[in-house]
Design a protein around this ligand. Structure first.
Ligand code: ADP
Ligand code: NI
Length: 220
């Protein structure tokens, strides 16, 4: 069987991403990329979009995440552009993929004003879905542990963040992250398919928080 250019490009991209993310902590590793890729592909079956752009955007969206590179938000897009140029992808498609990478971070969504492409909407929905539900819970505690944060402290109340810098600088317990970010995500989904999936995961988190609270109070 001979592989098409696109199939070869996708398998090279997977290889490249695995190498780049080798050092990532567990909430943010290859398997996160794998889940976002799978979810984005599955969502794209219900939506008219450029599948190659969706797949490349999903696979490359967390390359050189700025929070692991002193807040440098230029690095990811630059790495992606040079990788795709090396693979001789056409410039228009490269620009569409790089657009996704540039605009993916939650931090940016505080001041996002450009038009979103449908491919961007799908990848962003898939990434947000991976932050909620059962996997979202696992990732939050994994990230909190990595940052050395307590998982709960009843004396530290959740805060609302209206700017990206403040959100990234938070040292709050992990349970607060649900109220500060994770429970807000279902209302930020771009696509109908994303909204539907987010609702199921959202309900699951509410059940978890209720159970956590009852156990904390010692009433269950
Ligand atoms: P992504 O890059 O996948 O969009 P982030 O980099 O924002 O997501 O976060 C990676 C994971 O770590 C997510 O599951 C997110 O919920 C979690 N996370 C980020 N900040 C915190 C925090 N302050 N407390 C707990 N979990 C967090
Ligand atoms: Ni991500």
């Amino acid at each position: 069987m001979t592989l098409t250019y696109q199939e070869k490009l996708l398998s090279k991209t997977i290889q490249f991403v695995k190498e780049q993310l080798e050092e990532a902590e567990s909430g943010h590793d290859w398997w996160h990329i794998h889940r976002v890729h799978t979810t984005a592909v599955s969502m794209a079956q219900h939506i008219n979009a450029n599948k190659l752009v969706v797949e490349l955007g999903a696979l490359l969206h967390d390359i050189a995440d700025s929070k692991f590179h002193d807040g440098n938000e230029e690095l990811g897009p630059a790495i992606v552009r040079s990788f795709l140029l090396r693979e001789h992808l056409d410039e228009e498609t490269i620009n569409e993929v790089v657009f996704i990478i540039e605009n993916m971070a939650f931090k940016r969504s505080f001041h996002f004003d450009g038009a979103k492409s449908i491919e961007f909407k799908i990848v962003q929905d898939a990434d947000r879905l991976d932050a909620i539900g059962a996997i979202g819970i696992a990732r939050a505690f994994s990230y909190g542990g990595y940052k050395g944060r307590p998982f709960f402290d009843p004396e530290v109340l959740p805060e609302t963040h209206n700017d990206g810098e403040h959100y990234k600088a938070s040292k709050a317990p992990t349970i607060n992250h649900f109220y500060e970010k994770l429970l807000l995500l279902k209302d930020q989904m771009n696509t109908e398919e994303g909204k539907k999936r987010a609702l199921v995961r959202h309900e699951y988190m509410l059940g978890f928080l209720k159970q956590f609270d009852d156990e904390w109070k010692g009433i269950l």
